[in-house]
Design a binder for this molecule. Structure first.
Ligand SMILES: Nc1ncnc2c1ncn2[C@@H]1O[C@H](COP(=O)(O)OP(=O)(O)O)[C@@H](O)[C@H]1O
Ligand SMILES: [Mg+2]
Length: 258
């Protein structure tokens, strides 16, 4: 199971990615949480302390590792076929919430194209990571469409697109959806996140109808989640939102088996 979470900035992607990854780990899935946002903040949401977060060297910024993977001995010629499973073993950091965490980091594209070696390593990891039985990968994407544009969401089984009931978030969701279809992502679903109980639900449903994709969960504005965010603490594993995330996960797993 390879899940990705996308949507407009601030809509709750990192929070939901951490929450889903934690829930999968608690159910016994060997879970890898991948922070693919160039401004990474999935670590704290999974309960890592600031010192542990600061100690992580993102894969795309580890020049030695990138060179070891891609160097051919010829300037400007990169090896693009290399194993990625060892990367997971050597670079994933265990977190208090349960999942292992990998941070991709900022990837600078050389020239206009994206043939730079660090991008190649990050892309290869996302695309070629083989996910077996009782294993899960949860990808926290950056706001908007960058990663989809670069093709890093290819290979994802299910893309969750978050909307908060605002017109802007629905517009971004529509653009993400078109790109995801082009990329051939087999399943796309909408999740209401940080939804205002007053009227937000109606707006999220209207967005789902307009885009023609199902709204599979509705996560309301939750003071306990907001507090954890303010304090840089782990996303709570219980409470009303966690219960809704568990229900969402039930649905995702059932549909994956069907
Ligand atoms: N359901 C929610 N209720 C209240 N606050 C939330 C909720 N989900 C996320 N937040 C808060 O909103 C802010 C942005 O969330 P985040 O997950 O970082 O969004 P994104 O990754 O989409 O930018 C954080 O401070 C987070 O704690
Ligand atoms: Mg985020």
């Amino acid at each position: 199971m390879k899940l990705a979470v996308s949507g407009k900035g601030g809509v709750g992607k990192t929070t939901l990615a951490a929450s889903l990854a934690g829930a999968l780990a608690r159910r016994g899935y060997a879970t890898l949480a991948i922070d693919a946002d160039p401004a990474p903040n999935l670590g704290p949401a999974l309960g890592l302390e600031p010192t542990a977060v600061d100690a992580i060297v993102p894969i795309g910024e580890d020049e030695e590792l990138v060179a070891a993977k891609t160097a051919t001995g010829y300037a400007g010629v990169y090896n693009l076929s290399f194993p990625v499973d060892d990367l997971v073993r050597s670079r994933a950091v265990p977190t208090p919430a349960g999942p292992d965490l990998i941070v991709m980091g900022t990837v600078r594209a050389a020239g206009g194209g994206c043939t730079c070696p660090s991008a190649a390593v990050v892309r290869a990891l996302l695309r070629r990571l083989v996910v077996g039985e009782r294993q899960a990968v949860v990808l926290d994407l950056e706001a908007g469409l960058e990663h989809l544009g670069r093709g890093t969401a290819a290979g994802v089984d299910l893309l969750l697109v978050l909307v908060d009931g605002s017109a802007a978030a629905c517009r971004v969701a529509g653009r993400i959806m078109s790109l995801a279809k082009e990329l051939g992502i087999p399943r796309i679903a909408l999740v209401g996140s940080r939804v205002d109980p007053e009227g937000g639900e109606v707006a999220a449903n209207a967005c789902a109808r307009r885009l023609g994709i199902p709204l599979v969960a509705l996560l309301l504005e939750d003071p306990a989640i907001a507090l954890a965010g303010r304090e840089g603490k782990a996303v709570p594993a219980d409470g009303p939102t966690a219960t809704r995330v568990e229900a969402l996960l039930d649905r995702i797993l059932q549909e994956a088996e069907a």
